[in-house]
Design a protein around this ligand. Structure first.
Ligand code: NAP
Length: 244
């Protein structure tokens, strides 16, 4: 199998918001970007919007909750490119804003965990063999300070008023995925980290958020392109470690 000459990145939920901007910034660093989206028309429109200006962009249909499809999707990348260097687990949902943990339904919790935790874990598992084959890997999990246990336990935290229990729990679990996978890959040139982009103006973040998508994408893109001596198994915002 011939091996693609450029590094190849897979970004989930790439049709809008942070995923779209992360894809743009990676492509502008001469990385081939596979932009995954669950809806084909939205994904193809996003790809068309970024294509040109020398960017090497590709489309992949992937709903991260369709767990059996995940292996197929990664297999497609292997057959098409012969490599996979970077995974950005960006796709995420927050369907429980304003709901108290005491009344959270199992259905909403399950939907959130499957999207925000199971999908990213299974994707990382599927990508690791390709990364090991290439002797290089960077995995970035788009987490949130809302998932920090330190913030949750502090009544004086500026985030104390935010009710989104399934979302917060899912990001705590996603951070655990980061640390556990980092344990499994110690000593390899595969660096796995969680990123909080800050509060960003997107569908999820809403219009009152202070940061632009360009600003929010900075830390995830930095972690996706770390040098070999970069951090491993950490949680970062503004390129700085933050509390779990
Ligand atoms: N914005 C913030 O302030 C903020 C802060 C901290 C962390 N984050 C994290 O950053 C990531 C991106 O968020 P965002 O602000 O860019 O949100 P967004 O604008 O709502 O975009 C979310 C993306 O995820 C996709 N998605 C949702 N469920 C999916 C599924 N089952 N399969 C595949 N794709 C799916 C959406 O696709 P559709 O268009 O098809 O719905 C969309 O492309 C999330 O993980 C979020 O938790 C955001």
């Amino acid at each position: 199998m011939s091996r693609y000459t450029r590094r190849v990145a897979l970004v989930t939920g790439a049709n809008r918001g942070l995923g779209l901007e992360i894809s743009r910034q990676l492509a502008d660093r001469d990385i081939a970007v596979v932009m995954a989206a669950r809806e084909e028309d939205k994904g193809r429109r996003a790809v068309a919007g970024l294509a040109g200006e020398g960017r090497d962009i590709h489309f992949l249909q992937l709903d991260v909750t369709e767990l059996p499809r995940i292996l197929q999707a990664v297999d497609f990348i292997w057959r098409r490119f012969g490599r996979l260097d970077i995974l950005v687990n960006n796709a995420g949902i927050m369907p429980d804003k304003g709901i108290k943990a005491s009344v959270l339904t199992a259905e909403r919790l399950t939907q959130t965990l499957v999207t925000n935790v199971y999908g990213p874990l299974l994707l990382a598992q599927a990508c690791l063999p390709l990364m090991r084959e290439g002797g290089y890997g960077r995995i970035v999990n788009l987490s949130s300070r809302l998932g920090s246990l330190t913030e949750m336990a502090a009544p004086d935290s500026p985030l104390d008023g935010v009710d989104a229990p399934a979302y917060r729990l899912s990001k705590t679990a996603l951070n655990a995925v980061t640390t556990l996978l980092a344990r499994d890959t110690r000593g390899e040139n595969i660096l796995i980290n969680s990123a909080c982009p800050g509060w960003v103006r997107t569908n999820l973040g809403g219009p009152r958020a202070p940061l632009s998508v360009e600003q929010g994408a900075d830390t995830p893109v930095w972690l996706a392109t770390l040098p070999p001596d970069g951090p491993h198994g950490g949680f970062f915002q503004d390129r700085t470690p933050i509390d779990w």
